[in-house]
Unconditional design. Structure first.
Length: 349
């Protein structure tokens, strides 16, 4: 009886290189190690990560979790090859949400999927994730690298992030928001990671490529639009611990119009003076090039305000000083008022 001849196919011939995946894990171990913090019990390589809440200093902790991505900003990173900071965006979109609940980010996991694993490019992306984790006091404890030929083409890839934080029981935000509370706006570092489908549409209308000179800043258009999302974690937590912070709103998709009401109790709204800060050049260019109405700008982009702290009126000056000392540009935007909804006065455009 003749034994059927084996066809000799390997997983690598099907498009998945296990050796490349192992090489990537070895490359990123030093980056992950730099993010180690109290509570971390295991490094990369296990089937799951362990974390000791008592070791992190908590006595009666509540866990808080968040997940997010960076949207079509990835398209610019892929098309330009500038992938070094997109991981910071990924971390920021998750941990900035956690801190709005009053939680300290503890650890982070990433999901990186691509059609063909390029170890050097992937390592640069994950180095960016580690940098974001280190800047927010959050440990990079693991993740998943998925090589999926036929699902992603060319140099395409996708990213998702998962962050877990903790707070002591009873310290959750928002809490005790009342009429008369002051709204302190913390400046953004640009478009951050929302509204990029509209950004890309405006760039198409302008007839520009990513390598064109940026019309509103220094460098190429692609480089400037890839400015990473600002991390507000350590500054915001310092303000919370100082006392007087009643709520925090991360200004992401939906802008001030949609995000600020998420931290206001039923029956309360806000009056915001649009003249209390200057619209950054990137948003003015987007609005003018795209013929965008002010209302559309305010519900699509952060418009220069990346985080809003809702604070007790008697603590507003002290907290503004604390945040400025921590490196934030702080703009008193207005007040919490009776009646739901955001009411704008003045003009941005």
């Amino acid at each position: 009886m003749t034994t059927p001849k084996k066809n000799g196919l390997t997983y690598a011939q099907a498009g998945v290189d296990i050796d490349a995946g192992n090489a990537l894990v070895e490359r990123i171990k030093p980056a992950a190690k730099r993010t180690t913090r109290p509570g971390v019990m295991s490094g990369l390589g296990g089937f799951a990560a362990l974390f000791d809440l008592k070791g992190a200093g908590y006595t009666d902790p509540i866990l808080v979790a968040a997940t997010d991505g960076v949207g079509t900003k990835l398209r610019i990173a892929i098309d330009t090859g500038h992938v070094d900071t997109i991981g910071i965006d990924l971390v920021a979109m998750c941990v900035n949400d956690l801190v709005c609940q009053g939680a300290e980010p503890l650890f982070f996991l990433d999901y990186f999927a691509t059609g063909h694993l390029e170890v050097d490019s992937a390592a640069r992306i994950i180095d960016g994730i580690a940098a974001g984790c280190a800047a927010s006091g959050c440990a990079l404890v693991g993740g998943e690298t998925a090589e999926m030929p036929g699902m992603y083409h060319g140099g395409d890839f996708d990213l998702a992030g998962f962050a877990v934080g903790a707070m002591e029981r009873g310290s959750d935000l928002p809490q005790d928001v009342v009429e008369g509370d002051v709204l302190l706006g913390l400046a953004s570092d640009g478009v951050h990671s929302n509204g990029y489908s509209l950004v890309r549409r405006v760039v198409d209308l302008a007839g520009l490529g990513w390598d064109a000179d940026c019309p509103f800043g220094d460098g190429t258009l692609g480089q400037v639009l890839l400015t990473p999302t600002r991390l507000y974690v350590k500054q915001a937590l310092a303000a919370v611990r100082a006392g007087g912070v009643h709520g925090l709103a991360h200004i992401t998709g939906g802008g001030l119009t949609e995000n600020l009401p998420r931290v206001l109790p039923e029956g309360l709204g806000a009056d915001i003076d649009l003249g209390s800060w200057t619209l950054p050049p990137v948003f003015r260019w987007l609005a003018e090039t795209g013929g965008m109405a002010e209302g559309e700008l305010l519900k699509t982009f952060n418009a220069g305000i990346g985080m809003v702290a809702v604070v007790a009126a008697e603590r507003a000056d002290a907290l503004a000083d604390l945040l400025r000392h921590a490196g934030e540009s702080v703009h008193p935007l207005g007040h919490v008022t009776k009646g739901e909804g955001i009411r704008y006065s003045g003009r941005l455009l």
